[in-house]
Ligand binder design. Structure first.
Ligand code: B1M
Length: 241
């Protein structure tokens, strides 16, 4: 066969391993966004470690690579280009990166400034955003008890009784599960314990008006705001006491 005939098929090309460490920051970031889209958890873990070794802060890797990558996945999910199994793989690869960043973001060394109980409400299994909020709150110096997903009102009540937190955080990503936040808050009111806690709510379909309408103390647009709001409201409450 003549030397100049290229026998490489498209499949061979796709299978070619990319050496992530050989990429500059911009290309690595772009490659990781592709890898997140394709649900490649090992590559996301490797890329996350590479960025950290190049001096990127954990918050920068989180915001500029992982959250941004997931935003793109979200757009294609909405537009029917990606489907649930694919998005689950992306979510898992996001978690592989978050597992590396979590201890770094949580490193404060200080005494906890308060306690938080957080969970995604009943009927809802989205947990990436809630996990980020928990991570950021830990990073801001809170002790966090995470109840996971699909949390019903009895589970919240049990955790409040057990951990006696300052803050209750509720997460919902679906328009069909947002109303359950009101069920939780109303139950606290019926039991006469609503004012024992600062209740923060968040999740993509919510807004400030909704938070107000259901009687939450605040709606938090993102994890950084949740952490700063928690600090602000707990400081205010302690001053007033
Ligand atoms: Co679902 N999903 N999903 N999904 N999913 C959305 C939410 C959706 C908007 C996609 C779309 O159509 N564009 C849509 C909801 C539409 C609606 O209700 N208006 C949707 C749907 C429809 C569904 C299913 C019904 C699909 C189906 O089965 N046909 C199904 C529902 C399952 C269920 O819950 N019962 C479903 C399933 C899934 C997967 C399992 C495949 C997967 C979840 C995996 C997981 O979480 N482990 C998934 C994913 C990944 C998404 C998208 C693509 C991404 C969500 C995410 O992780 N974002 C999402 C599209 C989107 O949001 N653009 C979508 C990244 C994350 C960092 O952001 O979660 O917004 P976010 O969190 C932010 C803030 O909102 C805030 O801070 C976070 C960090 O900054 N925040 C809080 C969140 N919680 C907070 C709590 C606080 C404070 C702030 O407390 C104090």
């Amino acid at each position: 066969m003549p030397d100049d005939v290229n026998t490489e098929t498209e499949e061979d090309f796709d299978d070619e391993e990319i050496d992530l460490s050989a990429l500059n920051d911009d290309d690595l970031r772009a490659q990781m966004m592709d890898d997140l889209y394709d649900g490649l958890a090992d590559e996301i873990a490797e890329g996350t470690n590479l960025f950290l070794s190049r001096g990127w802060g954990p918050d920068k890797v989180l915001g500029e690579v992982l959250v941004e990558g997931m935003r793109i996945v979200g757009i294609d999910f909405r537009d029917g280009i990606l489907f649930v199994p694919e998005v689950l793989l992306s979510a898992n690869s996001m978690k592989a990166g978050m597992a590396i960043l979590r201890p770094l973001l949580a490193e404060t060394g200080a005494e906890p400034i308060g306690t938080v109980v957080i969970g995604t409400v009943k009927g809802d299994i989205h947990d990436i955003g809630k996990n980020l909020v928990a991570m950021m709150m830990e990073g801001a110096g809170f002790e966090v008890f995470d109840l996971g997903i699909n949390t019903d009102v009895d589970e919240y009540l049990e955790a409040l009784e057990k951990h006696k937190p300052d803050i209750l955080g509720l997460s919902a990503l679906l328009t069909t599960t947002m109303p359950y936040m009101k069920v939780v808050i109303d139950t606290l009111s019926e039991r006469g314990i609503r004012d024992d806690y600062i209740v923060l709510v968040g999740g993509a379909p919510l807004n400030e008006e909704f938070g107000e309408a259901i009687g939450a103390d605040a709606y938090c647009r993102d994890a950084a705001i949740a952490a700063s709001m928690a600090t602000e409201l707990i400081t205010e409450r302690r001053k007033a006491a």
